[in-house]
Design a protein around this ligand. Structure first.
Ligand SMILES: Cc1cc2nc3c(=O)[nH]c(=O)nc-3n(C[C@H](O)[C@H](O)[C@H](O)COP(=O)(O)OP(=O)(O)OC[C@H]3O[C@@H](n4cnc5c(N)ncnc54)[C@H](O)[C@@H]3O)c2cc1C
Length: 557
């Protein structure tokens, strides 16, 4: 039987140490007797969701009775105070489980085959999901994820988290329908009318209300913890592929900006040495490129040809992304500074970018050109790690700004200009998202480029107390300042941008209103999101589902 137990957590901290809170009632959702999530559940999809709704209704009833706000926590990977900011919170990492749909579960108009539709509980981590899916017959995987597989499904898609799968949206674009626990006794199955998923009989096994509406589904997707508890989702699985990897350090060439802006990614691949359509592309640039060398680290994945599977290069060696390099960079910086005679000055030529470049050369060494059928190839589960390298997440400051892809050329010099006069404590990675779903997706352009800022955080000494001295807090100021200066440059130069809901960069109510408002206009994205929230939540539950981020952004009254 699923249940919730409560304890008190003084000085609770989120993963990135950006939020500390005394949580008087820290609920822990437990369904342990069901065993390892990655093995899959013996329950049918409707029974999987039915089995966990009871304690979630009780959680809401208790909050209503006590007249308190009550939050939900996934892996608490959000830097922003979306999770863990209330005095009562529910840790939903135990709300795990996956099972496949059957033909009887599906709506007659569902165009997906049952083997491509999974029932996935909200607290399931992406790691668990991919491990479960790869053992299905035929094997399955997911279309996209962020850099790591640590986040939960509900926390990931509910903040419009994304990777850089070309021609695809964010995590929310894998979601076909949602089961939201919305009151003491009420719960909703919501799916788009344009693409119905579940039969009424299947959905009514676990939900008290069924909504088929394109607009309401789109509104509820980017839930930000404000639309009730995500008990589970129907999720579209992807065919299983192995991917060839191209990881090269190569300066940007004169046509690069035009190729990116026009989505000519195959030409970029060809220029880098492999003439094929990439499935994934991200590029890391050096914002401290004072000499105009335009040095860049390019990472691409290509679907490996079917048939004879190439050797799996997944020997457990971590394949780092830019954010993974920061803890190691900090430690090396401490070492170099202590060795440096010019103590107190930044070690000459040493930067976040140069350190990551070294890591790429070291860890991606097996992936050489040319890519042939004999080249190593990795499944999605091997391409991504669970946690940041060194598991010292507080070391990392991260902000993400979404811009129109066709403004990348205009944005690049502004990013460099923002870094001027700062120390090289951070780097920038650009990733791509196409036509993402969700009314409040911060990746709100038809073709979006997301500028990531990864760098040293001022929490560094807390994350690595034995290795980093307290004075190192000052290094985090460079990253923070760099992130803010990019915003200023974009504002001054008319680059339209939105900010990742779950990350840093001082997102506030006026910025949210500029991007998604006006707040009081029922036709604006905020107005529509709020109206759907009101329609979904039982009246007594509306004051329950709030958190500090929603309050700060004035998304809730
Ligand atoms: C190392 C690292 C790498 C990252 N990489 C990327 C990346 O590549 N791309 C990207 O876009 N983002 C990235 N992020 C951000 C990350 O994807 C988001 O912060 C995401 O929300 C984390 O998921 P979580 O399970 O930790 O959710 P949490 O942070 O715990 O919660 C996020 C929100 O979802 C709500 N919530 C959680 N579970 C439920 C539930 N079951 N029902 C209802 N509401 C719920 C919470 O209340 C909160 O409002 C990264 C973060 C880290 C730490």
């Amino acid at each position: 039987m699923a249940r919730i137990t409560y304890e008190t957590r003084k000085d609770w901290q989120n993963y990135h140490l950006t939020l500390t809170n005394d949580i008087d009632d820290y609920g822990i959702f437990d369904r342990e007797e069901e065993g390892c999530c990655a093995k899959g559940s013996p329950l049918s999809g409707p029974e999987l969701f039915r089995a966990t709704r009871g304690p979630l209704h009780d959680y809401i009833a208790k909050a209503v009775k006590d007249r308190v706000a009550a939050g939900m926590i996934g892996r608490a990977w959000s830097f922003a105070p979306l999770a863990g900011s209330n005095r009562r919170e529910l840790d939903l990492t135990g709300l795990q489980g996956c099972t496949r749909a059957t033909a009887a579960d599906l709506h007659p108009d569902c165009s997906d085959a049952p083997e491509d539709v999974a029932f996935v509980r909200g607290g399931t981590t992406l790691r668990c999901l991919v491990e479960w899916a790869k053992n299905l017959s035929p094997r399955r995987s997911i279309m996209t994820s962020g850099t790591h597989l640590g986040p939960t499904v509900a926390g990931g898609f509910g903040t419009a988290s994304h990777g850089s799968r070309l021609g695809f949206g964010g995590l929310q674009d894998m979601v076909m329908g949602m089961h939201l626990i919305t009151g003491e006794k009420e719960s909703v199955w919501i799916e788009p009318a344009r693409a119905p998923v579940l039969s009424g009989a299947a959905a009514s096994r676990f939900a008290t209300r069924i909504i088929r509406s394109d607009a309401m589904f789109d509104d509820a997707l980017i839930h930000l913890g404000g639309m009730g508890i995500v008990n589970g989702v129907a999720l579209r699985l992807a065919p299983y592929h192995s991917y060839n990897v191209l990881a090269v350090v190569h300066p940007l060439w004169p046509d690069w900006e035009a190729q990116v802006e026009q989505g000519r990614f195959r030409e970029i691949a060809a220029q880098l040495g492999h003439d094929d359509d990439p499935a994934f592309y991200e590029v890391t640039i050096d914002p401290f490129d004072n000499d105009g060398t335009r040095d860049a680290i390019h990472l691409m994945y290509f679907i490996a040809p079917p048939g004879l599977l190439p050797p799996d290069g997944g020997d457990g060696t971590p394949l780092p992304h830019a954010g993974d390099s920061i803890a190691g960079f900090a430690k090396e910086l401490v070492r170099r500074k202590s060795e440096s005679e010019a103590h107190g000055l930044w070690p000459e030529g040493f930067s976040a970018f140069s350190y990551y470049k070294g890591l790429v050369r070291e860890f991606y060494g097996a992936f050489t050109l040319p890519i042939t059928p004999a080249s190593p190839a990795l499944g999605w589960e091997h391409l991504h790690r669970d946690v940041v390298t060194g598991n010292a997440p507080g070391a990392l400051y991260n902000a993400s700004y979404a811009i129109r892809r066709d403004e990348v050329g205009r944005a690049l010099p502004l990013i460099l200009s923002a870094a001027r006069d700062l120390e090289p404590a951070f780097l920038n990675t650009i990733r791509f998202v196409t036509r993402p779903s969700g009314t409040l997706a911060f990746t709100r352009f038809e073709e979006t480029a997301v500028i990531e800022i990864d760098g040293l955080s001022d929490n560094l000494p807390d994350a690595l107390p034995d290795e980093v001295p307290d004075e190192a807090r000052a290094w985090g100021v460079f990253t923070k300042t760099g992130a803010m200066k990019i915003r200023t440059e974009f504002d001054l130069n008319g680059i339209d941008y939105s900010m990742h809901w779950a990350k840093l960069g001082q997102l506030d109510a006026p910025k949210v209103e500029r991007d998604f408002g006006p707040r009081d206009d029922p036709a604006s994205p905020i107005g529509r999101w709020r109206a759907t929230r009101t329609a979904l939540l039982a009246p007594e539950a509306r004051a329950v589902f709030v958190n500090d981020a929603l309050r700060t952004y004035k998304l809730v009254p």
